[in-house]
Structure formats: C-alpha cells, structure tokens
Design a protein around this ligand. Structure first.
Ligand SMILES: [Zn+2]
Length: 1031
C-alpha cells in the first residue's frame, strides 16, 4: 500500500511554504499562534481516547527491536550509504557561471579588475574602491537577543540573606549524631532518592563557631586577604585566616574532624554509574527515562526517543504546573547537540525521502511526522501529539492500522518508530527555492610580521597540502564536494586565483578595506582535487612571498567581510578559517584599540570587559548568518587582542575560537595542528535554522549557544558541527498532564557537506508529575550545570559578577531546600540532605563559580576569561562536565598490562602524593604532574633521565621510549587527545615548581587560587543557607 505513494501531494503541499525565502516552509510564521491558543478542547475534533494517546505517547517497554536497515522500504535509507537513491542534486556545472557574472559586474562597476601573474616578487596591485552599493547598512540598535539573567522568582521561602546577628546561634557546632536511619525505609517507601550526609557514614556538621574561619555573610567581606578583594565572593574562603589551618572550620574542638571522603564525590558517582550501566544498551523506548551519565560508556538503541547523545535534559520529569516549577527553581532545559558524533556501533540516522511532496507535517503547528502522531479513523487521519490538531493523512502516506491501532508500516518508516532521523528537504526549504551549492572552506592567513617570524605561515601552508585531501565528504562519495579558496592579508587582502587551468596561481590585492569585495569569482573557490597542482604551488610560495615583510598591522573585520562576499557571490555557504595574530589596529572597519582595564575587575563595570564592541562586528555577525558563513578563528596573540570583540562573529555563527598565546612552532605547533585537523574534518551542517516545538502546556523560551536569533523562536546558525550544543530553557504556559507527558521536537534545517538540503529531526518525550519528588529523582546534574554555566556566563554581560554568583548560590540553596522540605523524610536540621541525583551538584556549582569568567581576579587575563566564556556557551553536556570537574588520574601505580582505564581520583591536593605521578585534563588543558619524590625508575622509564632534576622545562610531549610504562602512558595521553573535541597541550610540571600553580587551579575541590571556596566550605555554606530557608 505504501508503495503506491510518494506521488500524490494533494491539498497539503501548498499550505505550508511560501512565508518568504525559505523559513516559511520551515514553519516560522504560521506556528506563532500555537502557544497559548489551544488550551481548550481540540477544535471540534474529538480527542482520541486516553488509551489511544497512551499507546503512541508512552511506548510500552515491550516494543520489539526495530528491524535492520535492510527492512526499511526502498526510499528510506541509511544515512549516506546509498547516495545514488536520492533524487540527484541538481547538476551545478559552473557554480560561478552566468548569474554571478552579472552579480560581479554590479558589484564592481568599473569592470573586471586586471589580474596579474604571481611572481616570486609579487608586486602588489591595488584595486581601488569599487562599487557604491556595497556599503553595509547601519547596524541595528541591538540584533542579538540578550535576556536578563534569570533572577530567583519570589518564593515562599525566606530570602537567603543571613543577618549578621544570627550568626552565633546558627554557628554553634552541631555535630549531630547520625540520625537513626536517615535515608532508610521511610524514604525508600516514598521512592525518594534522597541521600543524607549521615547515611554516607557521617553526619554533616553545622557551621563552625565564629572565629574559626569558615563562612562570611555576603557583604561582610571587608577583611579580605591580599589578592582576595572583599567583592570577590560571598563565601568563607575570603575571610582572613579562614584557610590558614585548613580545613579550618572542622579542626577545632569540640568538632570531630570531618572526613573529606564522607562528602559526595564526583569520581565515585561516575564510577558507580559506570559499574551499573557501563557496557549496557540504553533503549529509548520509555518516556522520561533518565539516561546513564555522560561519562558512562554505553550503547544507545533508538526506539522512539532521541539518543541522549543528541538531547539531554535537566530533568526527565517536568512538574505539572508553573507553580511547582517556581517552587523548586530547578531549571527546565534541554541541551541539544544535533550533530553529535555516534560511536561506530550505533546506527547512523536514516534519511527519509518523500520526493517532491516533502515531509508530512501537522497542518496547524507544523510539527514533522514522528512517533507522537496518533493515527485514527482507520488510518485516514492522525492527531498531532504537539497541538492535538487532527489532520488528514495525505493519500500517498495512507496505511492501514493493525489491531493495536498502529500503522502496519510502523517499522518500515523511521519517522514513525524512531526518535531521530532525517528528511530530504524539498525546494520549499531552500533559499529562493533553489537547491544550494556545496559549501566552501576559505583559508585566510594573516601574513603580518609576527606570523611569518614565528614560522606559523609556513606551518599552515605545509599542513594544508595534506589536510585538504581529507576534507569531509558524504559517505560513499570518492571526493569531497567542498570547494576551497585562499586569502592572505595584513593591512590589505590578497586573493588567489587557483583555477585548475592555470600554470601558476594569480594574486589580486584589495587595499580598500572599507568597501570590501571579492575581485574574482571564477577560480577563487575551486575543487581541491581539480586544482591540486596550482594550490600546491600557491602553498609553496606564500611563506616565501612574505618572508621579508615588515608589516605588523592587520585588519580583521574586512577579512570576514571578504569571506561573506565570496559566499554571496558563489551562492554557497561555508566556513572561514582565519589564522590571526594580533589586535586589528590598521585603519579599517572594525579597527580595535586596547580597552583592557584591570581596574574594572570587581566593579560594576567589569561586565564591559566581556561585552564586544558594538557596531561593525554586530552587523558582520548578522551578514554572516544570513549568508551561511561560519567563522573559525585561530588566534596567535602575544598580548591582549580584545577576544570579547574578535570572537563575537565566530560565537554567533557556530564557529570556534582557538587561542595559542605566545605561539612557538616547537612547543605549540603540533597542538595547533591537532586542532586544525580536527576542525577541518569535523562533521558539520551549514546554513542551519532550528526550531524546537513542544506539546501544549510548555514551550521553549530561551536559547544559549553559538547561535543567532532574529526572532524569539528560530535559532539560526551559519553552521553547526558535531561538538556544538545549544541549551534550551522551557517554561510552562499551562498545566501539563501526567498522562500525556511532555513532548519536544527539535527540527534542524541545514545544508549537507555535499550541498543537499535536509531536515534533521530529534524527538524526545518526558514525564510530567505533580510530585516534586519525581522531578528530583529524574534530574541530571551534568545537564543542570551546563544550563547554569551558560546562563551565568550570559548574565555577566549585564550584571556585576557578585550578583551572578549570589544568584547561583541562592538558587542552589533553593533547589536543595525545596527537596528537603517537600521530598525528604524528617530529620534533624543539622543534617544536609541532598537528592541522590543531585548529590554532587554543589561540587560542580562551586567549581563553576571559580572559573575564570566568574571569579573576578586581576591576575587572570581578560582575553582568557572572555575566551572561556564564549567557548562554554557552545558546549554540550560532556564538555561542561569535564571542564568543571577535571580528570585527575594517578599514573605511578598503573597496571601496564591492564586494559581497564585508570581510575581518576578526586581533584584535591590531598589526593596527590610526593612520590606520585598524575595526569590531569579537562578537555582544554592537560598536565603531567610529577611529585618531588617520584621514583627514579619511573622518571627513567618516562623521560630517559636519571632524576627529576634533569628535566628541562618546556617539554610538551613524552619521548617515545620502548618500555611498557612509557608506551602505556603515551597511549593514555593520545587516547584522550583523540577523544576530546579540542587538542590539549601537555604541560609537564614538577611539584613545587612555579608552573605548578597553573596545575593547581584545576584542583577544583580545593580553595580557588584566584578566589572561591573549597568544596567543603561551599557545602557548609550552602547547608547553612538551606537551613535559613527552612526556618
Ligand atoms: Zn500539531
């Protein structure tokens, strides 16, 4: 029956598209009124019975496994494996053919600029000012949606302010004996996941008596230690003397010393989950099922909900009402990584092709066909799970239902049975209703003095010769469809014609950077395979051409503008790889000046250090997104470069920013090349627009990521790669039903690396409950902390750091106090009781507040802080988890014969031993720490040196020695480098050497080097806040 289809496109095909260029087809316009308008019964159409709803919405646990790929019907295929069965993409014989010519002419009215043969001398030829119409329109007042940091809504709880007068009574040492069985039967019967501190061996003591250090109330920090200005924070870590005697608060009589092992440990939680769920299959057929931790090694089988690799949520059980949500203050959010890499043993996404008809969508809310559509009326109609609208089934899509009410082709159609899949998009989803051209990569190399002198330019050119052979290609295709182009620049831009027919590349110089244009079309963006000889020639010549340069000034915004113009002219999307050394100070649009000012740190104006300069770059971001131009910035600074501004365009276009301070080829070259290789070869989609639809009762209200938003619902990205995650916050607008649950559908329209327009759909169903205990039980700490990191990092653009940190602590206390009040069984107030799923949340939160952007220390580089802020905004859950809790792996006692990965220990100085060797990594930095009493045997095995004293500084890799220990440790390091999305530079530090400070700042359970409390102190502080809230 279904075979007859794919031809008819009766009345429905006209309805959706046509709301402007291509967004209409995607559904921007018509869906607007969806929210809040359908609170009543579905219009005149009978709702299906509860039973019917249930069968579609909460898949039974007994759903059989979906069939293998071969069982899908012929027009459904595994992603990329049979490209020939697609409708062939339209032949694009001459991407720069006729239309661009006219375009070109209109751009450069004086006629095609002369070109000149490239010679070794490379006499520059300046093309004067062209084209009036190219000036950018004035930037809009504010095109980027910035929303205020979520302030804690008023709640029934007392404000967390602690009046100084209350200090003493509450600070009496309360070393309560373990309350009989605190987390025992009563809690179990409530099916509560609470774990009290007492149940973990020891009770948690109350706050310390005054005078013993410990905590300080907000606003009383006048007695700060040198280097820890009073504003730095609100924790006891800042109180003079607090840490002279660590762990101060707990050492004095009459307290017993609190065993650090008794407070919840992230490494233990990770290990326990690995033991429990590691190596197992996670089947996504159950609504609201909490997945294993991101750190756990597991396999996913898609049976109707998106894999946690694509979507993770802060909780898998939403509170039914807005009031409950407000009461607990647990953020409701999803972190979506639409292009997440899948391990080899998991099935890639299937691609569904409905031909000219395009995907079947709900007439009202435009949701795409998915497992949450309930077929009724013998299969002739279906009810949308999102808006409840009842739709006619298009004739071509009709299929009979079985006795369960399920379509008999259920397992043959990914869009009926799977959580994630793709649709081939029709022309309605393409810009100007034309199929897109394959994307292009433009390599733009700053050839000013610094980059030439450091050897960077030669390094890049040499690498590109081999790297360009490995451009990403569609599976099954012999070569990459991605075009390449080359630009070098300092104060002026040099474009290169590398057309395959040329014997020598040709250079054209544009010196009028105020009105940037691309002086050539034909021959600028080429197929690498075709033009390989000319490109080789060019890459050989570039380092020599500029070898004697004295030019130290650069432009920057015009470089990006040139890329945008090139993509516009070629009518394609793509990515710019910009290799840049210094702040752009040359006279040109986007010229920057040094505005770094450490005096602003810890003042209300500190936020300006994170804010980009407005104007040129703001407009540029907008242009880039409109043209599908993603910008990756590789920065090689030797001083302040205003990263807050320079990274503004990359951070709004789905790009990445890499920073190599004081770059030296010998020590940083390989590190940079690893990044470049990963970046060029990443799986990626271009010119993307994403929409998150939800079932009635809640909706997506806020978005965080390397994104751009023109309106409140469409998330635009010039590109999105496998490492980029968007965080989406949800709010209620009605009551949610426990029975139907809460559904979300993320639809991402994008252009593939071969130039095919596709829709990638991820569906996820969550539970809803009127019991807060369900919410706490279904929380995911790693996702929560991702949300908090992003919302805090955005908030510091508008608010003083101090406020942001206060909000974070207050919200932490609120969430935990609400649990205590509503979900935990009664116990002594002196006990800290944490929900099991959130028991390590305070460690992460404390670590977050000690990160460079939030810490407010003059010792930190403004650029580093801005860089970290922007990097985190685009991170998925794995990356924020690792960043906020580094892996600290002991290597001195490693079993060289074991396949089992070494077990990390807690990130605290206490775990280090003088005779130990430890590896620490957080996805951004990597250290090998050598204890001062390391065994000479170990040093000999690793370094081929008789003792530590012989170790030279600046070593950034272990020598390749032929012994089991060396082999084992090098393989651990290379395994980590392989696994992480970025390269990390290995830094080797000896205990007590000065560089050890760099390492110590990653021991996140300890007091922060630049301010911030130890984990223990923070936990005590939070505990006290909770008690305040509960009294
Ligand atoms: Zn609908």
């Amino acid at each position: 029956m279904s075979q007859q289809g794919y031809v008819a496109a009766p009345p429905y095909s006209q309805a959706q598209p046509g709301m402007g260029a291509y967004q209409g087809g995607f559904g921007s316009g018509p869906t607007q009124p969806l929210y809040g308008h359908y609170g009543g019964p579905p219009q005149a159409l009978s709702a299906p019975s509860a039973g019917m709803m249930k069968s579609s919405v909460s898949p039974a646990a007994s759903v059989p496994l979906p069939p293998g790929p071969s069982q899908y019907n012929p027009n459904v295929q595994q992603n990329g494996s049979h490209p020939q069965s697609y409708p062939a993409p339209p032949a694009v014989s001459a991407p720069y053919g006729q239309p661009p010519h006219s375009l070109y002419n209109s751009m450069a009215s004086p006629g095609p600029p002369p070109t000149q043969q490239l010679t070794n001398q490379m006499s520059s030829m300046n093309l004067g000012s062209h084209a009036q119409g190219l000036q950018s329109p004035p930037p809009p007042a504010s095109s980027v949606v910035q929303q205020p940091f979520q302030t804690p809504p008023p709640s029934t709880m007392a404000p967390p302010q602690m009046p100084p007068g209350l200090q003493s009574p509450h600070m009496s040492p309360l070393m309560s004996p373990p309350q009989s069985p605190p987390a025992s039967t009563a809690m179990a019967s409530q099916s509560m996941a609470g774990t009290s501190m007492a149940s973990m061996g020891r009770p948690f003591p109350g706050p310390p008596p005054p005078g013993l250090g410990g905590f300080q109330q907000p606003g009383l920090g006048s007695a700060g230690q040198p280097g820890y200005p009073p504003q730095a924070g609100q924790f006891g870590g800042y109180m003079a003397g607090a840490h002279q005697n660590m762990p101060g608060p707990f050492t004095g009589p009459p307290q017993k010393k609190l065993d650090p092992d008794s407070i919840p440990s992230i490494t233990q939680v990770i290990e326990d989950d690995q033991v429990k769920q590691g190596g197992q299959v996670f089947t996504t057929n159950i609504r609201g099922q909490v997945p294993p931790l991101v750190t756990t090694d597991f396999t996913v089988t898609d049976q109707g909900n998106a894999s946690p690799r694509f979507i993770r949520c802060t909780t898998y059980s939403l509170p039914c009402t807005a009031d409950l949500a407000k009461q607990c203050q647990v953020p409701l959010a999803a972190i979506i990584k639409p292009f997440a890499s899948l391990p080899k043993n998991e099935t890639p996404l299937y691609v569904v092709n409905h031909g000219d008809t395009g995907p079947v969508r709900c007439n009202r809310c435009k949701a795409y066909m998915c497992p949450y559509m309930q077929f009724i009326d013998g299969g002739r109609r279906y009810q949308c799970g999102f808006c409840n609208c009842v739709n006619e089934v298009p004739v071509f899509y009709f299929q009979h239902l079985d006795h369960m009410g399920r379509r008999v082709d259920f397992y043959e159609r990914p869009e009926l049975s799977l959580g994630s899949y793709e649709f081939v998009a029709t022309l309605d989803y393409c810009k100007n209703n034309r199929p897109p051209n394959p994307p292009a990569y433009i390599f733009m190399i700053d050839v000013s003095y610094n980059n030439i002198k450091s050897g960077l330019v030669k390094l890049i050119c040499d690498e590109l010769k081999t790297l360009l052979e490995k451009l990403p290609r569609e599976e099954g295709m012999e070569t990459s469809a991605i075009k390449v182009g080359f630009v070098t620049y300092n104060k002026v831009l040099h474009f290169y014609n590398v057309k395959s027919a040329l014997a020598q590349p040709q250079m054209m110089v544009v010196s009028d950077t105020a009105e940037m244009f691309v002086p050539l079309l034909d021959g600028f963006l080429v197929n690498y395979q075709d033009s390989r000889a000319v490109i080789y020639n060019l890459l050989d010549q570039i380092p020599d051409m500029f070898a004697d340069t004295a030019e130290s000034e650069t432009v920057f915004a015009p470089v990006i503008q040139a890329g945008v113009e090139a993509f516009k002219a070629a009518e394609c999307s793509g990515k710019l790889f910009i290799f840049h050394s210094s702040m752009p100070t040359a006279e040109a649009p986007g010229k920057l000046k040094n505005r770094d000012d450490k005096k602003l740190v810890n003042t209300d104006k500190e936020k300006t250090l994170f804010q980009p300069q407005k104007g040129v770059y703001e407009q540029l971001s907008k242009d880039c997104v409109a043209s599908g131009c993603c910008v990756d910035l590789f920065l090689f600074p030797s001083q302040y470069t205003d990263i807050a501004t320079m990274a503004d365009v990359p951070s709004h276009t789905g790009g990445s920013v890499y920073k190599y301070s004081n770059f030296q080829v010998e020590t940083d070259g390989e590190h940079f090349l690893r990044d470049l290789r990963k970046d060029v070869q990443k799986s990626i989609g271009f010119d993307a627009i994403m929409r998150v639809r939800t079932s009635t009762g809640f909706r997506a209200t806020d978005f965080f990521g390397g994104i751009y938003m023109n309106n409140t619902t469409d998330v635009e990205m010039a590109a999105v790669d496998c490492d980029k995650g968007m965080t989406v916050e949800f709010k209620h607008d009605d009551t949610l039903s426990e029975e139907t649950g809460a559904l979300m559908q993320c639809a991402l329209l994008y252009t593939t690396i071969s130039g095919q327009r596709r829709l990638r759909i991820h569906n996820l169903s969550l539970n809803c409950s009127s019991q807060l205990s369900e919410l706490y039980k279904s929380c995911e700490t790693d996702s929560l902390i991702n949300f908090f990191a992003k919302s805090a990092y955005r908030a510091i653009l508008n608010q003083p750091l101090k406020n942001v940190r206060e909000i974070l602590v207050n919200q932490t206390a609120h969430m935990l106090a609400c649990y205590r009040k509503n979900c935990a069984s009664p116990s002594a107030a002196s006990q800290l009781i944490l929900p099991d799923a959130m028991k390590v949340f305070p460690v992460y939160m404390n670590s977050l507040m000690k990160t460079a952007p939030l810490v407010g220390s003059t010792e930190l580089s403004t650029d580093d802080r801005a860089h970290q802020r922007l990097s985190v905004m685009a991170m998925g859950v794995e990356d924020t988890q690792l960043l906020l809790y580094p892996r600290l792996i002991p290597l001195h006692n490693i079993d060289v014969n074991s396949e089992k990965p070494a077990t990390p220990v807690r990130c605290s100085e206490e775990r280090l031993t003088d005779s130990g060797i430890f590896l620490l990594e957080n996805g951004q930095s990597m250290f090998l720490w050598l204890g001062q009493a390391s065994s000479p045997d170990l040093i000999q095995s690793l370094f081929n040196l008789p003792s530590l004293a012989h170790l030279q500084g600046h070593m950034c890799a272990l020598p390749e020695l032929d012994n089991p220990l060396s082999t084992k440790i090098r393989s651990i390091i290379s395994g980590l480098l392989e696994k992480r999305s970025n390269s990390m530079k290995l830094q080797i530090v000896r205990q007590k050497d000065k560089p050890e400070m760099l390492f110590r700042q990653f021991l996140v359970e300890d007091k922060g080097l630049h301010g911030g409390a130890s984990y223990m102190d923070f936990l005590c502080y939070v505990h006290r806040e909770i008690r305040q809230l509960l009294t």
